[in-house]
Ligand binder design. Structure first.
Ligand SMILES: [Fe+2]
Ligand SMILES: [Fe+2]
Length: 391
């Protein structure tokens, strides 16, 4: 972490006093997708629900919510240096992920506007919300004399390509997990006001409702997906070159059909649930652990609560969900956290050269891979038989 801070400071000099986000394997990703396939989606199966959700977006419930009050004055100075560093780190990560949502939704709304106006409007409303969230976080960062250079970030960040279906899975989960994360922190601080280290947390209750609505939108969008579509795309990109021919449309349709088979959907559901849960658990119980402690939260209890709730919520739309109640589930995730701790100790140790460090790390990487594989193969819960308390 120390090294990254130095890196940020160096970049700060060449970047007009604004800091770009630190790049780690667990940082929020920036996504891009197949816009042509998106604009050609036939949503008629669930258009009514999507229209209702869009109407909710139009009401813009949080229009006047994100206004800073006098509580922010001098709040930054009250934090001790250690808590300050942890909190700034939290602000930076949250701001980047909110901004990543903004960029994706904004781009989608722009690109599909002509052919798919309803979808485009929904994305535009969501981009509005995410811009507000990112801006509000960035404003808090300026209380600490820092600011994320969002323009720099947009231009310099690598974009990960995901096909539309994967985008739906991944963004649905990140919105719902965002909802549970924010509401869990809010409720905890409501009961323990002494742990409220910054007034930002007062805004989480209404804020998380935005994320909940965004998640509901993807829920409706996934339900609108028929097995086959009229047309997808006549383009195909191989090794960076794009080729256009009507035959590629059949290829995409076939791929789409395969992707929508019940078995494929089940395998993807498990993959995305596990990827999102394992990433969050490893990060929160690893580098972010002290931040949660500073709020008086136990990172393990907090994450398990958020994962269980997100898993329950996902059962409304995913055909299967993870069996988080199996005792091996958190046992294996804890093993990964333990391995990561050893891995970072090896990486930070001064003795040994690169090769010997790699050899020391190898068993831990293999163990992580094994735990993830076993978690993936863990018999899932069928969403139909799963009756969570909150649905
Ligand atoms: Fe957001
Ligand atoms: Fe969101």
């Amino acid at each position: 972490m120390a090294q990254s801070t130095v890196e940020s400071k160096n970049k700060k000099d060449i970047n007009n006093g604004k800091i770009p986000a630190k790049e780690t394997i667990l940082s929020p990703r920036f996504y891009t997708t197949d816009f042509e396939a998106m604009e050609n989606m036939d949503l008629s199966i669930n258009e009514e629900e999507l229209e209702a959700i869009c109407e909710e977006f139009r009401k813009d419930y949080n229009r006047h919510h994100f206004v800073r009050n006098s509580e922010f004055e001098g709040a930054a100075e009250k934090l001790d240096p250690e808590t300050r560093e942890l909190f700034v780190d939290f602000l930076e990560g949250s701001c980047t992920s909110e901004f990543s949502g903004f960029l994706l939704y904004k781009e989608l709304s722009k690109r599909i506007k002509v052919k798919n106006p309803l979808l485009a409007e929904c994305f535009a409303h969501m981009a509005r919300d995410e811009a507000r969230h990112a801006g509000f976080l960035n404003k808090s960062m300026s209380d600490f004399g820092l600011q994320l250079d969002l323009g720099f970030l947009t231009a310099n960040k690598d974009y990960t390509y995901f096909p539309p279906r994967s985008i739906f899975y991944a963004t649905y989960l990140s919105e719902k997990i965002g909802y549970w994360r924010y509401i869990a922190i809010y409720r905890h601080l409501e009961k323990n006001p002494d742990s409220k280290i910054f007034p930002l947390f007062n805004y989480f209750e209404n804020w998380c409702q935005d994320e909940n609505r965004h998640g509901d939108f993807f829920d409706a969008l996934m339900k609108a997906q028929p097995r086959t579509v009229k047309s997808l795309s006549q383009k195909i990109t191989i090794g960076g070159s794009t080729f256009t021919h009507p035959i590629f449309d059949y290829f995409h349709r076939f791929r789409y059909f395969l992707n929508n088979l019940p078995l494929t959907s089940k395998l993807w559901s498990r993959f995305f649930l596990l990827a999102v849960f394992a990433t969050m658990y490893a990060r929160d119980l690893g580098v972010k652990k002290d931040f949660y402690n500073s709020l008086g939260l136990d990172a393990r209890d907090y994450d398990q609560f958020v994962i269980n709730k997100t898993n329950e919520t996902a059962a409304r739309v995913f055909p299967v969900v993870m069996d988080v109640y199996d005792k091996s589930f958190y046992g294996r995730l804890d093993k990964i956290v333990e391995n990561n701790k050893v891995l970072s100790d090896i990486a930070n140790s001064s003795d040994g050269n690169k090769v010997s460090k790699t050899f020391k790390k190898l068993p831990k990487y293999l163990s992580n891979g094994y735990q993830l594989l076993r978690l993936y193969l863990l018999k899932p819960l069928d969403s139909k038989d799963f009756q969570p308390s909150i649905r």
